[in-house]
Design a protein around this ligand. Structure first.
Ligand SMILES: [Cu+2]
Length: 160
């Protein structure tokens, strides 16, 4: 009864190899073109954008920055011709393809800003990336603050 068959063994081997590859690949997550939108005095929220690449399937599950009380993962989308923004639990990073966090799509929402962000500032952000085996790695990012009118879309973002 229930003798392991050749097929099962092959499956087990393949799964183990994939998991081993994934945990080492986590460290190779690469972030490029990271930026945040500068703010005006008293503004309490802003968006952060970047391209995240990973050689293996991974998922961005959370982020932190010393300049904001909270960072949420958000997604903007069109719903009946109205731009809507909603928090998401995670953002998938497909292997080899990566994901763009950009105005009008996925972005990081920096909430309860502790001070004004001026164009040219470098904002440190820590991303928490999860592999399919649920191992987590942090990736340190430096995001350049770009002028308020950079990009487009997010400027018209509704405030809560
Ligand atoms: Cu948002």
């Amino acid at each position: 009864m229930n003798q392991p068959t050749r097929g099962n063994l092959k499956y087990w081997l393949a799964t183990t190899l994939i998991m081993a590859a994934t945990s080492s690949a986590c460290a190779q997550v690469k972030v490029t073109a990271a930026w945040v939108r500068a703010t005006v005095a008293q503004q309490s929220v802003t968006g952060a954008f970047m391209h995240v690449d990973s050689p293996a399937d991974a998922r961005l599950v959370s982020a932190t920055t010393p300049i904001a009380g909270t960072v949420e993962l958000h997604r903007m989308s069109m719903d009946n011709n109205v731009m809507k923004m909603a928090p998401v639990a995670g953002i998938d990073i497909p292997a080899g393809k990566g994901v763009d966090l950009k105005p009008g799509g996925y972005h990081l929402m920096l909430i309860n800003l502790k001070s004004q962000i001026k164009a040219g500032d470098m904002v440190p952000i820590t991303l928490v990336i999860e592999g399919p085996d649920h191992s987590q790695t942090s990736v340190e990012v430096k995001a350049l603050a770009r002028p308020l009118n950079a990009g487009g879309g997010m400027g018209a973002m509704p405030r809560k």
